[in-house]
Design a protein around this ligand. Structure first.
Ligand SMILES: [Ca+2]
Length: 473
């Protein structure tokens, strides 16, 4: 009953939220910054279900103060996974998003307050499905979702996942389709204990884009073989016939021994022979020493194991492959965006061994401008974090920005190099020769003495070479 009430409150809140939009067309389907809605956290529904492996979702999310008030920012609250080694399942109804002619923008911030050892930090957008009874109080690992998006780390495997579930139009079954892994994501998200904004943008023309901290880290075509090679959208067109088996008389040896090439009669295959020059010692006592046997030696006549010439096998039929049948799961899809499963709720269904991960600034909208506007609060907090945590983190951030930019525009490396080189040149070379002529003297002396040392070393080497030559003679 509590669940039903919560669901109703939640739906009502978001019906209201959906009408408060900045432009006529833009729509917000879900939004939570956990600041103004602290007391309304009750609308998030904790699952009472058990997972497939019979474990419960004991992990507790709490609203906690994660950033203190500063000159530029207010106290900031976020939803924190408070316990280590737990399963979590929490969700809230969103206004329904249907994949038609509007883009989908999913955005939230995640902050690893403790270095993440292993665990998911992704959001699952729960799918509307007429065949299943949607009860968020019963949310679990196999609850149908439309999109899974966000960080996922275990050991050295750092990832930012983007997975969608797709209903196979021929079989009616659901298939998970996985976007390619994003390399080097660890430097972007996991290292600095700062809040990171992750954004997924899906457009009706099937373009998709993933951003971290408002910088693009991946982009491509939804469901394309190139961008979703890990687990493809379209299944194989044909499959092996399970009833087909290789005939017993199938010849799959491409070459055979030449039957005309027989071993010559004088071919010697004995590698070892008795030493013909060995003589039984005079003092050998058969009774005491046993029967005398001559030692063996390598056979000088030995030619190795005889191998016939290999020739083409005229009976060869090629490598056997089972008959191919039409794959009943195969389908053609040129516009997967339009077939994605409608979204009806936001959820975090995950497992983590590290506590303290903070989630915040969630927004689901059909307008990137709305997401960009919502990100301003995150940016302010992040700027404060950057200031507090010092230049080490600044360097990581700068490196990330540079590497992201150069991925798109490799020629930028040239610009950066030039920008760095010119001031260095003027500082160390131009200034030292013109404004501080006396400073040049020690370095010239040093260069001279270096030259001397090199000359002496060369002379020593020459002398050693000479000595060795004399030895050889
Ligand atoms: Ca917040």
């Amino acid at each position: 009953m509590a669940v039903i009430q919560n669901t109703a409150v939640c739906a009502l809140l978001f019906a209201v939220a959906a009408t408060i939009v900045s432009t006529a067309q833009a729509r917000i389907y879900f939004e939570d910054d956990f600041d103004t809605h602290q007391e309304e956290f009750v609308r998030w529904i904790r699952s009472e279900a058990k997972r497939g492996d019979d474990t419960s979702y004991d992990g507790e999310f709490k609203i906690e103060l994660v950033d203190n008030k500063t000159e530029t920012t207010e106290d900031n609250y976020a939803m924190v996974a408070t316990q280590a080694n737990q399963h979590y399942a929490l969700s809230c109804i969103a206004d329904m998003f249907e994949f038609q002619d509007k883009p989908l923008v999913v955005q939230y911030s995640v902050r690893f307050q403790q270095p993440m050892a292993c665990g998911g930090s992704y959001m699952k957008l729960i799918a509307a499905d007429e065949a299943r009874d949607l009860s968020l109080g019963n949310l679990k690992d196999d609850t149908l979702y439309s999109i899974l998006f966000g960080p996922d780390k275990c050991g050295g495997d750092h990832n930012l996942r983007f997975i969608f579930q797709f209903k196979n139009p021929t079989t009616g079954t659901y298939r998970e389709v996985h976007a390619n892994a994003i390399p080097n994501i660890q430097t972007l998200i996991y290292m600095d204990k700062k809040s990171h904004l992750v954004t997924l943008i899906l457009e009706p023309n099937n373009n998709f884009q993933i951003q971290v901290d408002e910088n693009q880290v991946a982009a491509g075509k939804l469901g394309s073989v190139d961008d979703f090679s890990e687990r493809t959208l379209i299944p194989q067109k044909t499959i092996d016939d399970p009833d087909d088996s290789k005939p017993e008389d199938w010849v799959d040896d491409k070459e055979i021994d030449d039957p005309a090439d027989v071993k010559p009669g004088d071919w010697v295959e004995e590698a070892q022979i008795e030493d013909p020059s060995a003589v039984k010692p005079d003092d050998w006592d058969d009774d005491m020493d046993g029967d005398w046997e001559p030692p063996t030696i390598a056979n000088p006549e030995y030619k190795g194991v005889f191998k016939a010439k290999r020739i083409e096998n005229t009976a060869y039929k090629g490598i056997w492959r089972p008959k191919q049948l039409d794959n009943p799961e195969y389908f053609v899809e040129t516009n997967p965006f339009s077939k994605l499963l409608s979204i009806v709720a936001v959820s975090f269904e995950l497992w983590t061994i590290t506590e303290g991960t903070a989630y915040d600034d969630i927004i689901i909208t059909d307008d990137l401008d709305e997401a960009t506007a919502a990100a301003k609060a995150w940016r302010k907090q992040r700027d404060v974090q950057d200031t507090i945590e010092g230049s080490g983190s600044f360097m990581i951030d700068t490196f990330n920005k540079v590497s992201t930019a150069t991925k798109e525009k490799p020629w930028l490396w040239g610009v950066y190099a030039l920008v760095l080189f010119v001031p260095i040149y003027f500082l160390f070379f131009a200034t030292s020769s013109e404004s501080h002529p006396q400073a040049k003297a020690p370095s010239t002396e040093a260069a001279k003495s270096e030259d001397k040392i090199e000359e002496e070393e060369e002379e020593e080497e020459e002398e050693e070479d000479k000595k060795e030559e004399t030895k050889d003679e």
